[in-house]
Design a protein around this ligand. Structure first.
Ligand code: ATP
Ligand code: MG
Length: 665
C-alpha cells in the first residue's frame, strides 16, 4: 500500500512581494536568493564560514563542520559568547544608546492608556546582565551548571537568560504557565541547582503565583539550593498561604534586588567553546512527553542571527514585536537571541492578548509604532472570532511585515491577517520550524518570495528539506510524504538532554540518514512546501491517507466556523472515518442543520473522500500551553477511549473534561 499522503485542497491565490518592499529588502531578487541558497547547500562550509565572520569570536574556529550522522559540530575549535554578541558587540557597533528592549506591562495605568513602559538601552542591558551574572557567581553558579528560569514576561527574564549565557551556565526556561509538577520534572531532568523566578506575574488581570508554584515544586525535588526571587508584584512575605502572600525560606531564597544590588556592572563574558551547551528547552508536548532539547553556542547564535536578519528583513529603525513567551523556542530565538544579535529594538509585552479586551495587541502596535509583527495562527483565529472591530479602532500603518509560526495557518486565517491587519500591503512570512531546529527553516523571504495562503513556501539558506517516503526516496510534485532535512544545519539540536539514544532514535531512525521532523508535507509545482499535519495524525480512509490540515482548513473556510480539529476514528467499512471538532463564530447556533451544512460544505470544497463522518461542536479545543491543538487527546475522546498519554502541557483541563462529558452524555 502506498504511504503517500493524499492532497485534496487547492489554493490558487498568489501574492507577490510589494515592489517598494522588495526595492529596500536585504535580499530583493529571486536570483540572489537562488544563488545564495545553492551555495549554502553545495558549499555549506564556505557559506556559513563567511556568515560567521559577521559575529564576534574570541578565537576563530579551525573547521566549520564536523558531521557524522547524527552528530554535528559546527565551528569546531572556535570560542565565542552569545551574550557578548548580543550586547558588547552591539555597543561596539555604536548601538549602546539604542533601545534594546521596549517593554509594556499588562496592568493598564488608565483605561485605554496601556501599561507601564520600560525602555532599556543596549548599555543598560549589558550592565543589568553583568550585575546578575556576578550575582549568580556569588551564589556559586559556575560555567557548565544549569539554571532554571521560571519568570513572567518581564525584561528580567531576558536578563536572566543572557546572564547565564555570559558566564557559561546553561539555562532551562520553563513557561510561567506551568504547574509545580512540570517544574519539578524539568528541574530534575535538566539537573538544575538554582531557580530564578518572581513573586508573581500579571496575566489576564490576575496574579500568577510563581513563587508559590516553585515552593510546591521544591517539595518534590531536593536538587535546588538557591531560589532568586524578583519582586514584580509587591507580594508580602508571610506564610505563603494567605492570599497574595509568598513564603520565604531563609538560606535558600534570595531577593533578585539584593543579589544584584551590590554587584559590579563589569563581568567579562566567558569565552565558550562553539559546542558548549547554551540551553535546554522542553518541546510543547503536542505529540507526547516533552523532550529536553539541547542547543549549543555558535551554531545556534549564527542560525538565529541570520534568520532574523533576512526573514524579518531587519533594519536599524525597526520596532520588532514577537508575541511568543520566552518559555518557548520562539521566545528564545526571536525575542532574545536573534533580535539582539542584530541590534534590534525588540518589544516585549507582559500579558494576555485579550486584556482588557481583544484590542490590546493593536493598541500596542499603534502606541509603539511596531513595524514587524510575529505571532501564531491560534492567536489570529482568536482575533478573527473576536471580530475586526478591535483592530479597526487602531492605526496599524506602522506595520510593514507580518509573520506567523506554530501551526499550519489555515488559508482563511492567512487572508484575514493579510487584509485586516496588513491592509494588503505587508508581506506575510509563514515560518515553519521546531524547538529542535533552533531557527526558522522553511519560509518566504519577504522581498522575494510570492506567497500563497497556507504554505511556508521555500527552504532557508542551508536547509536541505525534502519530501520522501520511508526509504528516503524523494516524492514527486504534490505527493504528500515525510518532511525530512537531509543535511546538518548550524542551529540544529545536538541531543535530547542526557539521552543521546532517544535523540538518535526519535529523529534519525525513521528515514535512515535523514533528520525526520514528524510532519507530513507536500511540494507543489512551484516547489513550495505545504505542511499537511503531524504524520502521527494522518487519517487512513479506505486506503487513502489524509493529512489533518486540509480538512481543517476547509472547515475554517466556512463562515460559521472559528476553529476546527479533525481526527481519525475506527470505521467498519473505511478502516478509519473522520471526526471533526468544531468551534463556532460568536453568535452561531450549534444545531443539526449546521452539521449537515458543514458536511456538505467539506464534500464540495475538497471531495467525497474527506467528508467528515461526525461533526462535534465544542466551546474550545484542547491545546498545549503554547496554543497548539492536541489532536491525540481528541482522537481518544472521539474513539470513546480513556485519555492516556502525557497531558502535562495541556492548557486547560476543563476543556478535556467537558469534551468527555459531552461524549458520555
Ligand atoms: P512535541 O514535539 O512535544 O509534540 P511540538 O512539536 O508541538 O511538541 P514545537 O517544537 O513547539 O513542539 O513545534 C514544532 C511543530 O509545530 C512543527 O513540527 C510543526 O508541526 C508545527 N509548526 C510550527 N510552525 C509551523 C508552520 N509555520 N506551519 C506548519 N506547522 C508548523
Ligand atoms: Mg515536535
Amino acid at each position: 500500500m502506498s504511504e503517500t499522503i493524499h492532497s485534496t485542497l487547492e489554493e490558487r491565490r498568489v501574492f507577490p512581494p510589494p515592489a517598494d518592499f522588495a526595492a529596500k529588502a536585504h535580499i530583493g531578487t529571486r536570483a540572489e536568493y537562488e544563488k545564495l541558497y545553492r551555495e549554502s547547500i553545495d558549499h555549506p562550509e564556505q557559506f556559513f564560514g563567511r556568515i560567521a565572520e559577521e559575529l564576534h569570536w574570541f578565537k576563530k574556529w579551525d573547521k566549520v563542520l564536523d558531521w557524522q550522522v547524527p552528530n554535528a559540530k559546527w565551528f569546531v575549535g572556535g570560542k565565542t559568547n552569545v551574550a557578548y554578541n548580543c550586547l558588547d558587540r552591539q555597543i561596539d557597533l555604536g548601538r549602546g544608546d539604542k533601545t534594546a528592549i521596549l517593554w509594556e506591562g499588562e496592568p493598564e495605568t488608565a483605561a485605554g492608556a496601556g501599561g507601564e513602559v520600560r525602555k532599556i538601552t543596549y548599555k543598560q542591558l549589558r550592565d543589568d546582565v553583568s550585575k546578575l551574572a556576578n550575582g549568580l557567581k556569588s551564589i556559586g553558579v559556575k560555567k557548565g551548571d544549569r539554571v532554571t528560569i521560571y519568570m513572567p514576561m518581564v525584561p528580567e527574564a531576558a536578563v536572566a537568560m543572557l546572564a547565564c549565557a555570559r558566564i557559561g551556565a546553561a539555562h532551562s526556561v520553563i513557561f510561567g504557565g506551568f504547574s509545580s509538577q512540570a517544574i519539578a520534572d524539568r528541574v530534575d531532568d535538566a539537573q538544575c541547582t538554582v531557580i530564578i523566578t518572581a513573586d508573581g506575574g500579571y496575566r489576564r488581570g490576575t496574579v500568577v503565583p510563581l513563587k508559590r508554584n516553585v515552593d510546591d515544586a521544591l517539595t518534590k525535588t531536593d536538587r535546588v539550593k538557591k531560589v532568586v526571587v524578583l519582586n514584580r508584584c509587591n507580594m508580602p512575605v508571610a506564610d505563603g498561604v494567605a492570599p497574595g502572600s509568598i513564603a520565604w525560606k531563609e538560606g535558600r531564597d534570595v531577593w533578585y534586588h539584593d543579589l544584584v544590588g551590590t554587584q559590579s556592572a563589569d563581568c567579562p563574558a566567558e569565552p565558550m567553546d562553539s559546542e558548549d551547551t547554551l540551553f535546554v528547552l522542553y518541546t510543547s508536548g503536542s505529540t507526547g512527553k516533552p523532550k529536553g532539547i539541547q542547543h549549543t553556542t555558535a551554531g545556534y547564535l549564527l542560525g538565529t542571527y541570520l534568520t532574523t536578519k533576512y526573514v524579518f528583513d531587519m533594519k536599524p529603525d525597526d520596532v520588532y514585536w514577537c508575541t511568543a513567551d520566552v518559555g518557548w523556542i520562539t521566545g528564545h530565538s526571536y525575542i532574545v537571541y536573534g533580535p539582539l544579535a542584530n541590534g534590534t529594538t525588540c518589544l516585549m509585552y507582559e500579558g494576555a492578548p485579550n486584556h482588557p479586551d481583544f484590542g490590546r495587541f493593536w493598541s500596542i502596535i499603534e502606541r509603539h509604532k511596531v513595524s514587524v509583527f510575529y505571532t501564531a495562527p491560534t492567536a489570529i483565529r482568536a482575533f478573527m472570532k473576536a471580530g475586526k472591530e478591535f483592530p479597526q479602532k487602531h492605526d496599524l500603518s506602522s506595520l510593514r511585515l507580518l509573520g506567523t509560526v506554530g501551526e499550519p495557518i489555515n488559508p482563511e486565517a492567512w487572508m484575514w491577517y493579510h487584509t485586516v491587519i496588513g491592509h494588503e500591503k505587508c508581506p506575510i512570512v509563514d515560518t515553519w520550524w521546531q524547538t529542535e531546529t533552533g531557527a526558522i527553516m522553511i519560509t518566504p523571504l519577504p522581498g522575494v518570495t510570492p506567497t500563497k495562503p497556507g504554505t511556508a513556501t521555500l527552504p532557508f539558506f542551508g536547509v536541505d528539506a525534502a519530501i520522501v517516503d520511508r526509504s528516503g526516496k524523494e516524492l514527486g510534485p504534490n505527493e504528500g510524504g515525510l518532511l525530512v532535512i537531509r543535511k546538518p544545519w548550524p542551529s540544529m539540536l545536538r541531543s535530547i538532554f542526557n539521552d543521546p539514544e532517544r535523540y538518535a532514535k526519535t529523529y534519525w531512525s525513521d528515514v535512515p540518514g535523514y533528520y525526520f521532523t514528524g510532519d507530513g508535507a507536500r511540494r507543489d509545482n512551484d516547489g513550495y512546501f505545504w505542511i499537511m499535519g503531524r504524520v502521527d495524525d494522518v487519517i487512513n480512509v479506505s486506503g487513502h491517507r489524509l493529512g489533518t490540515m486540509e480538512i481543517e482548513s476547509a472547515l475554517v473556510a466556512h463562515e460559521a466556523v472559528a476553529e476546527a480539529a479533525v481526527v481519525g476514528i475506527p470505521h467498519e467499512m473505511k478502516g478509519q472515518g473522520i471526526a471533526a471538532f468544531v468551534t463556532l463564530e460568536t453568535g452561531r447556533r450549534a444545531d443539526e442543520a449546521l452539521k449537515k451544512d458543514l458536511i456538505a460544505w467539506v464534500r464540495k470544497q475538497i471531495g467525497a473522500l474527506a467528508t467528515p463522518d461526525q461533526i462535534r461542536f465544542t466551546e474550545s479545543l484542547p491545546k498545549t500551553r503554547s496554543g497548539k491543538i492536541m489532536r491525540r487527546l481528541l482522537k481518544e475522546v472521539a474513539s470513546g477511549n480513556e485519555v492516556k498519554g502525557d497531558v502535562t502541557t495541556l492548557e486547560d483541563f476543563s476543556v478535556l473534561a467537558k469534551l468527555k462529558e459531552k461524549d458520555e452524555g
